[in-house]
Write a protein that binds this ligand. Structure first.
Ligand SMILES: [Zn+2]
Length: 254
């Protein structure tokens, strides 16, 4: 297949992509194959209940190449040959699934691009995790349009955050179509520069990292924290305030 408009491949400088050329030959030397990363993580996340019913997904960037799954495909069954490759700067599709031409690129595309362009992310993960959805419905989250949590060990898994810090994740309202979230997501990312994620009310989570490893770690830590917040709320424990016996937090009061 020729590249659309004869554009050069961002990874290899070729003017054309050979139909027979496997996707795993397109990734940068020294990096893990992004296609294997996407298909592998989709299977793992399906097992966790994060990407069931074709929802959710993941995109990985290497250089100017953006690798992305198709829309409306069961995530645990995505094959290597189903992955799209797009140009980071132009959004142009450089390679599309040849064996299944009816496939269309993920509806999450403009949201993944927010992470790549606004945060220079190397990977972005979208989940429909029940914990992520539930946390957007908690009273404090509803009132403030942001999720706050502090004093839990897993906060240390979020870049730029320590145990005593308050982690704040912005929440935007859902829309009828996934791509319509892009504008509100970009605004939330600008308002919360320290946050590595945006929650979508009654929908799920977008989280990113410098690479797929960091994006996965961030997503796993956040999901744990969301689940803990729901449990603490149920137990009548305020997850937004330090515990009363935290000497470091209350040292100035003594
Ligand atoms: Zn979604």
């Amino acid at each position: 297949m020729e590249l659309a408009n004869g554009a050069g491949c961002c990874c290899c400088d070729d003017r054309h992509v050979d139909t027979e050329r496997p996707l795993d030959r397109m990734y940068e030397e020294g990096h893990e194959d992004p296609v294997s990363v996407i298909t592998g993580l989709c299977r793992q996340f399906y097992q966790l209940g994060w990407v069931t019913g074709t929802g959710g997904g993941i995109s990985v960037r290497q250089g100017r190449c953006v690798y992305m799954a198709p829309s409306g495909v069961q995530k645990e069954r995505i094959r290597r040959q189903d992955i799209f490759v797009l140009d980071l700067e132009t959004g142009e599709i450089l390679q599309r699934p040849v064996s299944t031409p009816s496939l269309r690129v993920s509806q999450c595309c403009p949201l993944f691009y927010n992470a790549f362009r606004l945060r220079d992310a190397g990977a972005c993960i979208h989940t429909h995790s029940p914990a992520a959805v539930m946390v957007t419905l908690l009273p404090r989250t509803q009132a403030d349009a942001e999720f706050r949590i502090t004093h839990l060990e897993m906060i240390k898994g979020i870049p730029l955050h320590g145990y005593h810090d308050t982690l704040v994740i912005p929440v935007i309202d859902n829309t009828a179509h996934e791509e319509e979230l892009a504008g509100d997501m970009a605004k939330a990312m600008q308002r919360y520069p320290k946050s590595p994620a945006v929650l979508v009310r009654r929908h799920g989570l977008y989280a990113w990292g410098r690479d797929d490893v960091e994006a996965k770690t961030v997503t796993e830590c956040l999901d744990y924290l969301f689940d803990m917040a729901v449990r603490m709320q149920h137990a009548g424990i305020d997850y937004t305030e330090p515990p009363v016996d935290c000497r470091q937090c209350y040292a100035s009061d003594v």
